[in-house]
Design a protein around this ligand. Structure first.
Ligand SMILES: [Zn+2]
Length: 236
């Protein structure tokens, strides 16, 4: 209860309702709902491919640029049963503007990519192949993909002869530090389509959720090819 203007009291739930309406009004609801539906469908797809098991991985999409409102998966969700109601809207300071729950702990990295690339969607997976390759190529600080037809699935790549560098950053639980490193990486290498966190997983993005999903599929395909090729040449 708080004091009203005429000395009376205003029930806290009325105030809460007013605040909720105020928060909702700054969010384009129809666009948020459409993106929440799209994100949850794509997240379930990633789970079914084994790229987001055990509550790992997170997905986000820009609802509004100014002021920034980002639709993002809440923390700790099982992606096999991801529902649109489990998607939150956060602002540029990671504050929840709509929805229930905590945003993903990696929200700062999503925000760094959105700012650094003007991305419309940012997707993050924890696949076996990204974990394996990011360890194997940690010394080189990246993996090169060259000569594969599937490279043409990356935006603005026109030929299989393209050389794509997928940088590897050291993993950390310090999200401020990691998001700063991501910002620096994106400034330093403007042509990249994604990056790996060592022993952790892949980040990639796109102008739309559809484009970001395609980039996840392309990178997961390329990482599996390279990792399996190495494994078979080791046996031979
Ligand atoms: Zn992660």
């Amino acid at each position: 209860m708080i004091e009203g203007q005429r000395g009376g009291t205003i029930a806290a739930d009325v105030v809460q309702k007013d605040m909720t309406v105020a928060k909702q009004s700054e969010l384009p609801r129809a666009r948020f709902q459409r993106l929440a539906k799209e994100i949850s469908k794509i997240g379930k797809g990633f789970y079914s491919r084994g790229w987001a098991l055990g509550t790992s991985g997170n997905l986000s999409a820009v609802v509004k640029v100014d002021p920034l409102r980002l639709a993002i998966t809440a923390s700790g969700l099982d992606k096999s049963t991801l529902r649109p109601s489990q998607i939150l809207a956060i602002d540029a300071d990671e504050e929840v503007r709509f929805g229930r729950g905590k945003p993903s702990s990696e929200a700062a990295i999503h925000l760094a990519v959105v700012r650094g690339r003007s991305a419309g969607a940012v997707f993050h997976t924890h696949s076996v192949w990204s974990t394996l390759l990011s360890e194997r190529h940690a010394q080189e600080r990246g993996v090169e993909f060259k000569g594969y037809e599937m490279l043409k699935g990356l935006e603005n790549v026109r030929s299989h002869e393209h050389s794509e560098w997928l940088p590897i950053l050291e993993n950390s639980q310090d999200m401020k530090k990691l998001s700063r490193e991501v910002r620096e990486l994106l400034e330093r290498l403007p042509a990249i389509h994604g990056f790996l966190l060592r022993g952790h997983g892949l980040y990639t993005w796109g102008r739309t959720p559809g484009e970001a999903k395609r980039h996840v599929e392309i990178f997961e395909f390329l990482m599996e090819v390279v990792a399996r090729s190495k494994a078979s040449s080791d046996r031979g």
